[in-house]
Design a protein around this ligand. Structure first.
Ligand SMILES: [Zn+2]
Ligand SMILES: [Zn+2]
Length: 265
């Protein structure tokens, strides 16, 4: 398929019409090497800048992902503002990535070109440190972090460690699935490891990037949900999140900002 390398817009802008992978023709019919357009920060406190680099080749144990969508997380400011110790620049942020496997590096057996995948904060582990030997990969002594210790998804193409990639179902919209790779898994794991069981009362403090997902996970899992938040945006979100449910109780708090909904089943 013809592909514009600037916007990945499948040639609709007419800027580039393609040949095979690696070379593409621009509007004047001249051949140009395909590039990877990305947004990087080149120093702590620096601005985002759009830069072209060579499309990277996956090394052993890596896959190359053609990025379809990448969520914006508050933690991305750690790159922009230099908030992560030892962070090396330039760095491409983005750890809520959805895309398609484009190429698998040596030794990768579980992924193939065309697989639809996501990558989150956890960017890889060494399998051999004490944490990994207990199966606690996210506290690996040599953990890689997507968009922090290695370049992330604010790009057309990115490399990811094969063990950090998750398979995505076809029916999940890319832009909606992106935030599930960070905010989603954070709230989902908090719920499933909380010890609470369906029917128990669960409190979600704040309806922000994580809270609005926590409410939905909790409600869908059969918990009774209490959320606490205030402000116009919170009220608007609250209405949309509980649209399909029925408000059966209202708890009064001193700040009058705490309400409870119980899903009728
Ligand atoms: Zn995040
Ligand atoms: Zn480890």
């Amino acid at each position: 398929m013809a592909m514009c390398i600037w916007h990945a817009c499948a040639d609709r802008c007419g800027k580039f019409a393609s040949g095979g992978k690696g070379t593409q023709k621009n509007g004047k019919g001249e051949e140009a090497m395909a590039k990877n357009l990305l947004a990087q920060v080149d120093k702590a406190g620096g601005e985002f800048e759009l830069v072209e680099r060579e499309i990277p080749s996956p090394g052993p144990g890596e896959v190359r992902i053609r990025v379809k969508a990448c969520g914006i997380c508050f933690s991305d400011h750690l790159v922009k503002d230099g908030g992560w110790p030892g962070l090396m620049y330039p760095r491409v942020p983005g750890h809520e990535v959805v895309g398609v496997i484009d190429e698998a590096g040596a030794g990768v057996t579980e992924w193939k070109k065309g697989d639809r995948v996501g990558v989150g904060w956890h960017g890889g582990h060494d399998f051999v440190c004490p944490s990994c030997r207990r199966g606690d990969f996210v506290t690996c002594a040599n953990e890689a972090i997507t968009g922090i210790t290695r370049d992330g998804g604010y790009a057309q193409y990115m490399l990811a460690r094969h063990e950090a990639v998750a398979l995505l179902p076809d029916g999940l919209d890319g832009a909606e699935a992106g935030p599930l790779m960070c905010a989603g898994i954070t709230t989902f794991n908090a719920l499933r490891n909380s010890g609470a069981r369906a029917g128990d009362l669960v409190g979600v403090l704040g309806i922000g990037g994580l809270g609005h997902l926590g409410i939905q996970y909790a409600a869908k899992s059969g918990y009774r949900v209490v959320e606490s938040g205030e402000g116009r945006r919170t009220r608007r979100w609250r209405r949309s999140l509980v649209r399909s449910r029925t408000s059966t109780a209202r708890l009064r708090s001193r700040r009058k900002s705490c309400r409870s909904w119980e899903e009728r089943r």
